[in-house]
Write a protein that binds this ligand. Structure first.
Ligand code: ZN
Length: 186
């Protein structure tokens, strides 16, 4: 089942999310709904706050592409990035909660991350390249951060009115969204 994606400006995107227990209600259904939502929006990652839940869970599926050969698909629960290393590199990032904005973001290429998978098995993985990039973006979401926070003051100033109009719902997407400033009026 597809869920609406929370737009920029909603306070849930600014929450430092909390760990969940294995008994979290309907967890498998929630994970399945998150994948449905992400694929319908052609995303490569989706974090729980983006569907309105301030919990430490995100999903990644980089899909199959020429460089990776096979897709990197995983569920991350109660994740903790232990280490980020290497020379920062730029990549033009976007976000399903911030449609129509793409900006170069610098991130370190290698990470070490501890997490539980959807079967509640604990892992500690070293990840590099594009999958690491997507994990870092989604991990920021569960820390209440957005990629636009990482931009220069100049870029932020230039994007301010565009971001404001997204939060008011003045943006077109081919997936369903929930806009904070529209909700308040109802
Ligand atoms: Zn995002």
């Amino acid at each position: 089942m597809k869920l609406p994606i929370v737009a920029y400006g909603d306070p849930v995107l600014r929450k430092v999310c909390v760990d969940i227990e294995e008994t979290y209600p309907d967890l498998q259904q929630l994970i399945s709904n998150m994948f449905d939502t992400m694929y319908a929006a052609s995303g490569v990652g989706l974090a729980a706050p983006q569907i309105g839940l301030p919990i430490r869970m995100f999903i990644v599926d980089t899909g199959a592409d020429e460089d990776e050969k096979k897709g990197y698909k995983k569920v991350f629960i109660n994740a903790e990035i232990l280490e980020e290393t290497g020379e920062p590199w730029a990549f033009n990032e976007g976000c399903l909660s911030i449609p129509d904005i793409r900006e170069d973001v610098m991130r370190k290429p290698n990470i070490r991350i501890k997490y539980l998978d959807e079967n509640w098995v604990e892992h500690e993985d070293e990840v590099t390249g594009m999958p690491a990039r997507v994990i870092q973006h989604e991990y920021d979401h569960i820390e209440g951060k957005l990629f636009t926070d990482k931009l220069s003051i100049l870029r932020k100033t230039m994007l301010k009115s565009k971001l404001d109009s997204i939060s008011k719902g003045n943006v077109r997407t081919d997936y369903k969204m929930r806009f904070p400033k529209q909700n308040k009026k109802r």
